[in-house]
Design a protein around this ligand. Structure first.
Ligand code: GLN
Length: 476
């Protein structure tokens, strides 16, 4: 994929020195969106006028010698589940079509306060339920490497946007892999931080105990800069945590001497041979570069998918209860009673996948089944957390593949269980709340990208970003 933007750090210094203008960058982004979006369907809405207006403001500030921020003039794309001033937030669902929020998300607020400019909102699986964007109520995003294949999901539009160089970075959400899996399918870096490092305020909730906000970019250094700005405590989200005192922008990139654990359970049945070969080869490179490689077993990891598909539907069924036809957007036109209005609005507004998950969630929370499913899943989740903690006492990082295969053909995983199985290697990091990244590490024989997954202990984001940079350097 052609590199259009170069590093974000360089772009910002070019804008600040007057070599480039914010307006030029915004125009470049808008023209690329107009050129490529009709073919790939990565974008739901373009914020043309507000973006142009902000670019003018930033250029004027700089002309007057005022500071315009650490991301001055840098265009970016947000997944359409982030509330952004002056734009619709649909979460790719008919339920929210036409919804304009009265406030915006903390993540967007922080980026804008440093001069970044949101130019467009990207496609996703409706309400972030899925792994391919095929569940979007609007259209399917095509993979930039092969238009007959999915871009991954649920943040498929954001991943494809960065792969197509529509903007230098994009925001996504990762509840069970929705940043890492599309990043791996599209060949870009996708970073899911420690749970709580970035505020969830102003982002359409999926599952509150695993939702994380993260970044897609071309290189770890760019991810680190964006994360450095977005992360940290926020009074609007009580689950946020304090960020590291050292900046993410001054990273240590050594792999030498790092203890790297290869998750043995991640190399079992169902893993595509070419994905395995590519991941094995980067592990070999790490070894040659002086990393200490060892096999690590996390026995309960095989149960992670089962835990996830109990806990997450339970949480999302309660989060989606607010879409009742009375608030937010869609409201069924014909009803006689309030009860009927709820029923009609929800049955017409939600798509099949949201309904399936609401039913699963309310079932596992219902009396008589709560102990058998929800409580048991939470108990095993604690066991999984403890096993990860024990592993991180022995190693600095855990590694493996991101997804069992490369990007699949559109329509190939129509069976919901087949689709859920795509999440088998990503959900554990969400259940445990640890940071994890997908780094492009090669291509299969169809020229489809493969991702290498690295996880670190909770709050070790800075170390993970540095290591990720080191891995990238080994691949050049
Ligand atoms: N594919 C996973 C799911 O369908 C992950 C979704 C996400 O991270 N938003 O639940």
């Amino acid at each position: 994929m052609t590199e259009v933007w170069g590093s974000i750090g360089q772009l910002v210094s070019d804008v600040q020195s007057g070599k480039k203008s914010a307006q030029e960058l915004v125009e470049l982004s808008l023209s690329r969106i107009k050129e490529f979006n009709p073919e790939y369907d990565a974008i739901i809405s373009i914020l043309e006028e507000p973006a142009r207006k902000r670019a003018v403001e930033i250029d004027e500030k700089l002309k007057k010698g005022e500071k315009a921020g650490r991301l001055a003039g840098v265009p970016f794309i947000a997944k359409d589940n982030f509330l952004v001033f002056g734009a619709e937030t649909t979460a790719a669902s008919n339920m929210l079509k036409g919804f304009v929020a009265p406030y915006q998300s903390t993540a967007i607020e922080r980026l804008e306060s440093e001069g970044a400019i949101c130019v467009a909102k990207a496609n996703l699986d409706a309400f972030a339920h899925g792994g391919s964007t095929e569940n979007s109520d609007f259209f399917i995003t095509k993979n930039p490497h092969d238009k007959t294949r999915v871009a991954g999901g649920s943040s498929g539009g954001s991943a494809a946007s960065v792969a197509l160089s529509l903007a230098p970075f994009a925001l996504g959400t990762d509840t069970g892999g929705s940043i890492r899996q599309p990043a791996s399918y599209c060949g870009v870096v996708g970073y899911k931080p420690t749970y709580g490092l970035v505020s969830r305020s102003g982002v359409v909730a999926m599952a509150s105990s695993t939702d994380c906000i993260g970044v897609f970019a071309r290189r770890s250094e760019d991810v680190a800069l964006v994360l450095d700005i977005m992360s940290g405590e926020d009074t609007l989200d009580s689950t946020t945590i304090a960020r590291d005192s050292s900046a993410y922008t001054d990273l240590e990139n050594t792999v030498k001497g790092k203890k790297v654990g290869v998750i043995s359970e991640y190399f079992g049945e169902g893993l595509d041979a070419q994905v395995k070969a590519s991941v094995d080869s980067i592990i070999e490179k790490l070894k040659l570069a002086g990393a200490e490689i060892q096999e690590v077993s996390i026995p309960s990891i095989d149960l992670a998918l089962a835990i996830y598909y109990v806990v997450v539907p339970a949480e999302l069924s309660s989060n989606l209860a607010r879409h009742d036809g009375q608030r937010y957007n869609y409201s069924a036109p014909d009803f006689k009673t309030l009860q009927e209005s709820y029923e009609q609005s929800r049955s017409q507004g939600f798509g099949a996948e949201a309904k399936r998950r609401i039913m699963m969630g309310t079932h596992v929370l219902s009396s008589g089944y709560y102990d058998a499913y929800y409580k048991k899943a939470q108990t095993v989740r604690t066991k999984l957390i403890n096993e990860f903690k024990a592993a991180f006492e022995r190693v600095d990082f855990l590694v493996g593949p991101v997804a069992p295969t490369t990007a699949f053909k559109i329509g190939a995983n129509e069976d919901p269980v087949a689709m859920y199985l795509q999440d088998i290697l990503t959900v554990a990091a969400n259940l445990v709340g640890i940071p994890a990244v997908s780094i492009p590490c090669g291509f299969d024989s169809n020229s489809l990208p493969i991702g290498f997954q690295v996880m670190a202990a909770q709050k070790d984001d800075r170390a993970l970003l540095g290591f990720s940079k080191g891995v990238e350097e080994l691949l050049i």
